[in-house]
Design a protein. Structure first.
Length: 393
């Protein structure tokens, strides 16, 4: 049975004219045909989320992710279509949502719970747990308008999750909290999953979506353009919409005395691919063109996770593989065999620089996204070759 269902869900807003609302301005906008122009934040989105599933929603800023959560939670009225939920719904959609700035943290706990339909007696029983989780005991009698953004999030998440919802909706606000609190939140999400709760979360933290979600949705310009296995959906996001209004950026710089031409990532069979398997080979054929003879160039690479965590980097100098000179066109081959990365999405960066590191000829930072799949599904970032032996002490 579906815990969340969206049927041809759409939300449109009216674009208001620019400038003061004068008679001349109104007449001008009417003559230009711009009166009551519509902007569709979300258009004809349909899906169902089964009970006990965790779904991550990714996409560039402005793609309709927050509008989707607002429509599912009922805080936004759809222009067309419908969204239905089964059971008690709790949401953390935006900073300070459901809080009154002039009320204290204590008063806002009861207010927020009342908005969620939670009986006051239930809140009294859980109050100490809420405060302990938020870590705000000394601030609960202070008006929340004096809270920092992190304090807002800590109290809001504590209320939203402590009162045992069947469906939890979480927007990107978790990124506001400090690292220690984020880890507490992720532990609570794991507990929700063990108890069969349903979660729909929006996040730019791609590694989190990969780790916690059973399925991912990709929104772009208000449309659901992909859904499925998180690594595959995130790879489509990175390859198709990288840098569009999100935190994903790629950089390119250098003198271009030597420059990259065709770069191809290949699997063990030599076929070009963006998907690889733990324990098998990944080969990178790096085409280059040198405008003149370059002495002692250094070719380098680095790999980061989808969240920007630096995993590993090396170059021909470190590997004791000197390149005496290059000129004209050629290909440098990088081979990772076996590939010890575990399942997830990654970025490959490439560089060519001088032996003394003073001159960058060409560097492409976070330029080549790829996905790694691990058939064992063992957790972690990379595989350590290990063995076990049972013997007498």
């Amino acid at each position: 049975m579906s815990a969340i269902e969206a049927i041809q869900l759409g939300k449109a807003y009216r674009k208001q004219g620019i400038g003061p609302p004068t008679l001349f301005g109104a007449l001008s906008r009417t003559l230009r045909g711009r009166r009551n122009e519509e902007f569709w934040a979300l258009r004809d989105v349909s899906f169902a989320v089964e009970k006990g599933r965790t779904v991550g929603v990714v996409g560039p800023n402005g793609s309709g992710k927050s509008s989707l959560l607002g429509l599912v939670s009922g805080t936004i009225t759809p222009t067309r279509g419908a969204a239905r939920t089964e059971g008690r719904v709790s949401s953390l959609l935006e900073l300070g949502a459901g809080f009154h700035p002039d009320l204290s943290g204590r008063e806002n706990v009861f207010l927020n719970a009342a908005l969620l339909g939670i009986p006051r007696e239930d809140v009294r029983r859980r109050y100490d747990h809420i405060v302990a989780f938020a870590g705000l005991a000394e601030f609960m009698d202070m008006p929340v308008k004096h809270y920092s953004s992190g304090m807002y999030v800590r109290l809001g998440f504590a209320v939203a999750t402590e009162l045992n919802p069947d469906v939890l909706l979480v927007d990107e606000v978790l990124a506001v909290g400090d690292i220690a609190f984020q880890l507490k939140c992720l532990d609570r999400i794991r507990d929700f999953q063990r108890r069969g709760k349903t979660l729909l979360l929006v996040s730019h933290a791609l590694q989190t979506v990969e780790e916690f979600c059973h399925e991912a949705f990709l929104l772009y310009r208000g449309e659901l353009v992909a859904r499925g296995d998180p690594p595959d959906v995130i790879l489509k996001y990175m390859t198709s919409f990288m840098g569009e209004g999100g935190y994903l950026y790629r950089q390119e710089f250098g003198t271009r005395d030597v420059e990259f031409t065709q770069v191809a990532l290949r699997g063990p069979d030599g076929a070009e691919s963006a998907s690889f398997q733990t324990g098998r080979a990944l080969r990178v054929d790096i085409g280059y063109r040198a405008k003149a003879r370059i002495e002692n160039p250094v070719f380098g690479f680095s790999i980061k996770t989808g969240n920007g965590l630096y995993v590993f980097g090396s170059n021909t100098q470190i590997a004791k593989h000197p390149v005496p000179f290059i000129e004209g066109e050629g290909v440098m081959r990088l081979t990772l065999d076996p590939l010890t990365l575990k399942g997830g999405n990654f970025f490959l960066s490439l560089s060519i620089h001088s032996a003394d590191h003073a001159t960058q000829y060409h560097r492409r930072e976070d330029w080549y996204p790829f996905v790694v799949k691990d058939p064992t599904e063992a957790p972690g970032l990379f595989e350590l070759h290990s063995s076990w032996r049972l013997g007498a002490v």
